[in-house]
Ligand binder design. Structure first.
Ligand SMILES: *Cc1c(COP(=O)(O)O)cnc(C)c1O
Length: 470
């Protein structure tokens, strides 16, 4: 802060010398400016810090300490361009970014980049969260299909445009990404070309998203019927599967999906590679691998279903750093394979690096933060944290059952391994106090690493009050 004031002082004295200074700047004594700024910051800081630990409604880990990295905030770190082919002279953290990507290569069982093969992983650290990763995945899928269409006719039918599938519980970013990229979702294609002919609804109306089960996992039967409908008409599928849906915390079963989809592709004379499967693992792609490790270490008997590059049909995975790991700002990891790396439209001479990422300038602090997180919290510690969160979610679910005795209409739900507990929406004061998030008559909590048993107990005490639900 003092440094900033110093710079301002220097600038205003320069401006003063030039004669075109801002009279308001100079009319206000510097001490006063400093006091005002500091007062404002102190107020905001004490408000957010006070509310931080009671934050129960969002999948955002609040339990982190990056203060050791504070000196880096005074440097502009810019990982512009491809993490593996950048030559720019900008100050950057690309070396750490590459180490971060190697860590996720192991965590998600991808193939390493040395030796470099077509199946080696490729990816980058995002400057936005999973939204950017979803956008990049769908963009890559679109380019993948259009280059294949140029090379040959895809199915026996002449190649038509791909059709996108995501479930009713998928994140709202997917609809937005499809819109920006002009990719057609199945319901859009259905409404436009086959009105009233949906194979999975009794009335033939196209639902907005593939139906899900009560825990928010995609209905594999419905998804297969929809994919079959369009593949038989020559449209290859782009399928987004969720590893942890945002509201219900559901996990899609990628293995069962592929058993069905691969059969459909074969039946219609298509290749297995006439399909793109993207895993939206904003929270779950970090949580589930550690839960798996915890089950190997016998810390829990819970274990989620497979979603990562052990499944050869998975094309891309995305994860948001600020969710499981916790970070002071949005960021994430996108990972795919070398063979799907997009060819940049241009090689901008100005920056001397292939423009293979969505953004230009990329946040170098994002790689630094994640590098620090994975190097200070070991996988063994992460496994213990994952097992603890899972147990705490089971505890919250079980404790909430007892509320039914007081409020007969109270409902509570939780899917297997889920960190999310869904329950009847309480009145506004409770909702706000615990920073819940809600949908219609429901609210939910997400058991992230910062959530304590005491916080859950105090929520339950509140919910037991007579007036809690009205
Ligand atoms: C949070 C979330 C996103 C979006 O992530 P951002 O980091 O907010 O961009 C995407 N998908 C799922 C399933 C999410 O939960």
């Amino acid at each position: 802060m003092e440094k900033l004031i110093d710079v301002n002082k220097a600038i205003s004295s320069e401006l003063g010398r030039c004669g075109d200074y801002n009279p308001h700047l100079l009319a206000c004594p510097e001490e006063l400016v400093q006091q005002k700024v500091m007062k404002r910051l102190r107020n905001i800081y004490s408000e957010v810090i006070g509310r931080q630990k009671l934050s129960l409604g969002y999948p955002l880990n609040q339990n982190f300490d990056y203060s050791a990295l504070a000196p880096f905030i005074d440097v502009h770190l810019n990982n512009l361009g491809d993490p593996y082919e950048a030559n720019s002279t900008l100050l950057n953290t690309r070396e750490l970014e590459q180490e971060v990507l190697e860590y996720f290569c192991k965590l998600w069982h991808a193939l390493p980049r040395s030796p470099l093969t077509q199946d080696s992983f490729w990816g980058y650290v995002l400057s936005m969260g999973a939204t950017e990763g979803n956008m990049y995945a769908l963009w890559s899928a679109r380019e993948y299909f259009s280059s294949r269409a140029r090379a040959r006719g895809i199915c026996q039918n002449t190649m038509r445009e791909p059709v996108l599938y995501y479930s009713q519980e998928a994140h709202y970013s997917l609809e937005k990404c499809a819109n920006v990229l002009d990719i057609t979702a199945f319901q859009e294609a259905g409404n436009k070309y086959f009105p009233g002919q949906c194979p999975v609804t009794p009335d033939g109306q196209w639902p907005n998203g593939v139906p899900v089960d009560q825990h928010g996992a995609v209905d594999v039967g419905a998804l297969s019927a929809l994919v079959d409908f369009f593949v038989s008409r020559g449209h290859p599928p782009i399928i987004v599967l969720n590893v942890g849906t945002t509201f219900l915390g559901g996990f899609d079963d990628a293995v069962r999906v592929w058993q069905q989809v691969s059969g459909i592709l074969e039946r219609h004379g298509c290749d297995h590679s006439d399909c793109w499967i993207h895993i939206d693992g904003a929270l779950g792609a970090a949580y589930l691998p550690y839960l798996e490790l915890a089950s190997e270490q016998r810390l829990t008997s819970e274990r989620g279903s497979l979603f990562d590059f052990r499944l050869p049909f998975v094309n891309s995975i995305v994860m948001s750093t600020h969710k499981w790991f916790g970070a002071p700002f949005a960021s994430g990891v996108y990972m795919s394979k070398e063979k799907y790396r997009m060819l940049p439209a241009t090689l901008p001479e100005y920056v001397d690096t292939p423009d293979t990422t969505l953004g230009g300038t990329r946040n170098g602090l994002a790689a630094l933060i994640l590098w620090y997180a994975i190097n200070t919290v070991t996988p063994t510690m992460q496994a213990a944290i994952a097992a603890r969160c899972e147990k705490l979610a089971a505890y919250a679910y079980q404790q909430m059952q007892s509320i039914k005795a007081i409020h007969p209409s109270f409902c509570v739900e939780r899917g297997p391994q889920s960190l999310v507990v869904i329950f009847s929406r309480p009145r506004e004061e409770i909702f706000n106090l615990f920073q819940l998030s809600g949908r219609g008559k429901l609210a939910h909590i997400v058991i992230m690493p910062h959530v304590t048993r005491a916080a859950i107990d105090s929520l339950i005490t509140e919910l037991k009050n007579k007036q809690a639900l009205v």
